[in-house]
Write a protein that binds this ligand. Structure first.
Ligand code: NAP
Length: 486
């Protein structure tokens, strides 16, 4: 028996596009991608701040099925990456399957199918649902007293207001994660006054960037094997580095040493002390920048380490009572990394809701599925290997996994399947046991940590994650649900 599956994918960012292309390549025609924004590209659509660049090499931050020989830089900028994902959607003919400005509000599995409701009140049905909503897409606006009284321009960095010219303006940036560091590096010397409010210093790895010259690009176009080789080489290097830096390997020592040497380039003792973290490198996501320390030393740039007390109409007041007058306030304060699919309301056939399932924090089966939510798959789900690694190969591995289940359904091997609670608990217990030894649990605050203080990222090598998902582990799945005829 063969059947034609219908699939709804939520989100047309990097992982949603990946899933859609893979469905199309598998000959599945009945699929729809529902995207709440007005364009594809997810994070690369939302983030347009000055200095935006991916700190994973472009040669490795791309799909294996759509290698681009024309990347302008080793680390390309945000606009170029966004354009790459838009082009992939066009080249693989999935645009017709994407419905933009269509926000999913709730999804229920009843009568053996997913019933997915969108903001316009419409309900669509499908045999499978794939959540590809990304990890970092709900901006966190800090709870700073008086923030709404500021008379200048305020925005979160993921909602950069390009209508507000920065020419001649005094700009404040709150936050020193990858985003804050990139913005400060880009704006230093470009605006008369730039104030960086740092709550916690970051370790910064000075990885240089370079332009890919026309000859290199021509060679890559002429010999596509070169791009494949480059991808594999960077993948190997990243896998070895990430595997060893998560645990206490030589890689962690090496990268820590490079960060320390970078910090030493700051000769001013007081400034260097202010920029010195009191936790291990890589405990927070490692920030990469070859010229951040140069930027903070430029005339017109000021690092403020006093805690922010409140904001008033003219600027930011720190705990020592100083008013830092500014015209623009950029909130580089990060994202709610624990939201995942929420606020979408999801209900499985047993009546269990996603809110109940994740009351103690998001947990999944092998990063990709949830007990009691049959025929549902997650891309970039809880505990995915998202720390300082390319998310593109991770999305590909997870999409391939979902596809193997969809293919099995097509062959009539089952009607509805979800991982068992026991298997999910066993798997999560294994993750939990591995967490205390990871660098993320070594004593710092970061978006990697869940409500329970334990990291919500993959504690092993990315290679192990890929290997784990090569097998469907069918024995760990339930296939009988209320209202579903086997
Ligand atoms: P983030 O790493 O979560 O950093 C947020 C910053 O805001 C931190 O410095 C935090 O201080 C500070 N902050 C938050 N609330 C504050 C408050 N009330 N007062 C003062 N400071 C406050 O966010 P992000 O920089 O946007 O980066 C998030 C992730 O996005 C990165 O880790 C990375 O995965 C991704 N990203 C990647 C790239 C790239 O090049 N690939 C670029 C940008 C972002 P504390 O440290 O004290 O909490």
């Amino acid at each position: 028996m063969t059947r034609e599956p219908s699939v709804i994918v939520i989100g047309a960012g990097m992982s949603g596009i990946c899933m859609a292309v893979k469905l199309k390549q598998a000959g599945i025609t009945d699929f729809t991608v529902l995207e709440k924004g007005g364009d594809v590209g997810g994070t690369w659509r939302d983030n347009t701040y000055p200095g935006l660049r991916c700190d994973v090499p472009s040669a490795f931050y791309q799909y294996t099925f759509d290698r681009n020989p024309n990347w302008s830089h080793f680390f390309s900028d945000g606009a170029e990456i966004h354009e790459y994902f838009r082009r992939t959607a066009d080249r693989f003919g999935i645009r017709d399957h994407i419905e933009l400005n269509t926000e999913v509000t709730d999804a229920r599995f009843t009568d053996g199918r997913w019933h997915v409701r969108t903001g316009d009140g419409r309900t669509r049905q499908a045999d499978f649902l794939v959540g590809a909503t990304g990890v970092l897409h709900h901006p966190v606006v800090p709870d700073i007293p008086g923030l709404d009284t500021f008379e200048g321009t305020t925005f979160h960095t993921a909602r950069w207001d390009h209508s507000a010219s920065l020419a001649g303006k005094r700009v404040a940036v709150i936050g020193t994660g990858s985003t804050g560091v990139q913005i400060v590096t880009a704006l230093a010397g470009e605006v008369p006054e730039l104030v960086l409010f740092q709550r916690t210093p970051q370790w910064v790895l000075p990885v240089p960037n370079w332009r890919n010259d026309p000859l290199t690009r021509a060679l890559r176009r002429r010999f596509p094997a070169l791009t494949r080789l480059e991808y594999r080489a960077i993948e190997q290097i990243f896998s070895v580095l990430v595997a060893g830096m998560v645990r206490d390997g030589w890689q962690r020592k090496l990268l820590s040493r490079l960060c320390e040497l970078n910090l030493r380039t700051v000769r001013d003792k007081r400034l260097r002390e202010a920029l010195t973290p009191d936790y291990q490198a890589m405990c927070k996501r490692l920030v990469m920048s070859p010229n951040f320390y140069r930027a903070v030393r430029r005339p017109g740039v000021r690092l403020v380490t006093d805690a922010i007390d409140h904001v008033e109409p003219r600027g930011v007041v720190t705990a020592d009572g100083t008013l830092h007058e500014v015209d623009v306030l950029a909130l580089a304060t990060g994202f709610d990394s624990h939201a995942y699919l929420r606020p979408i309301e999801m209900v499985g056939p047993t009546g269990r809701t996603l809110a109940e399932a994740w009351a103690d924090g998001p947990k999944a089966y092998r990063t990709v599925a949830l007990p009691e939510f049959p025929n549902f798959f997650l891309l970039m789900g809880p505990h995915s290997p998202v720390g300082n690694f390319s998310l593109v190969p991770i999305a590909e591995v997870q999409a391939d996994y979902a596809l193997t289940w969809i293919e099995a359904w097509r062959r009539g091997e089952y009607t509805a399947a979800a991982p068992s609670r026991e298997a999910t608990e066993r798997y999560n217990a294994e993750l939990r046991a591995a967490m205390p030894d990871t660098v993320w649990a070594s004593g710092c605050q970061s978006w990697y940590l869940g409500k329970d203080g334990l990291p919500e990222v993959w504690p092993f090598s990315p290679h192990r994650h890929a290997k784990m998902l090569r097998d469907r582990h069918t024995g760990e799945f339930d296939s009988e649900f209320e209202g579903v005829k086997a």
